[in-house]
Every structure is written in C-alpha cells, then in structure tokens.
Design a protein around this ligand. Sequence first.
Ligand code: SF4
Length: 152
Amino acid sequence: MEVVGFWFNPNVHPLLEYRRRLTGTEEVCEITDVKSVVDESYDPAGWFALVTGTEESRCSRCIGHRLERTAQEAVSQGCDAFSTTLSISPWQDHEAIQAQGALAAERHGVEFVYEDLRPLYPESRRLSREWGLYRQKYCGCLVSEWERYRGS
Ligand code: SF4
C-alpha cells in the first residue's frame, strides 16, 4: 500500500500553532518517507462561519469539512481510499469521524477507511517523543484551547 499524507487544517488556531503543527507533519513525513501534500489555504473566519449557527455539532461540522477536502484530494491524487489521523485520538468523536467520512466518500466516489486506532495512541506518544516532534496540547480551534486551559 502506498500512502500519501495530506494536510488541511483551517481549524487550528492561532496561526503560530497552525505553523508548529504543519512543521511537525512535514517532519514526520520526512522521517517515515511518506509523500506529503499540503493545502495551506488557511481561512479561520470561513471556518468559524461554517461551524457556527447550525444545529449540527461544531466538531461534526469541523471534521466533515476536513474529510470532505481530504476525499476531494484523494480523488485528484488517484488514491483508491482515504482515511484520517483523527482515528488514533482518544479525544475525538469517533462516531462523527465515521459518519462524516462515509458522507464524504459517497459524495466523491472514493472509499473511506475507518479503523479504531486508539489502542495505538500510547505508541504514537512514544514515537513522537523519540523523534522530537511537537505535540499539540489541545484539539485545534480556539474553543478547544479554552476548554483545555480554563481550569488552570
Ligand atoms: S474541538 Fe477540534 S474537532 Fe471540534 S471544532 Fe474544535 S478543532 Fe474541530
């Protein structure tokens, strides 16, 4: 199986955090010898407009937006399927990942592969420490940053 890494994260705020994570992604692709494609279009205002004022949950809309773009890129890269690194996180809404992935797959005619990778999360922490990679402290958006630090 040949893997293509893809970056699209307008949900990561603020800009300097976005840049730190992008650098980490590029580093891990280099270490693992994975081709990476980066969509650096970064529009936080557009992202806020997309996820607010709707009955659907903020995270579901956010995940859907990113998987939609990923499915589109998978087709343009000639991939048979797409997936997401979100599936290794114990903090993410895995039902939303599966539902939004399936919707994006249907819209773009490309398979969505979901696997519950949460058991591998401790190993991902170990490897990222070994490789000296930056580790995010909160999910991505300003709301998640507030949720992470409001008690401290
Ligand atoms: S908490 Fe994470 S998944 Fe939810 S809206 Fe914010 S960045 Fe997106």
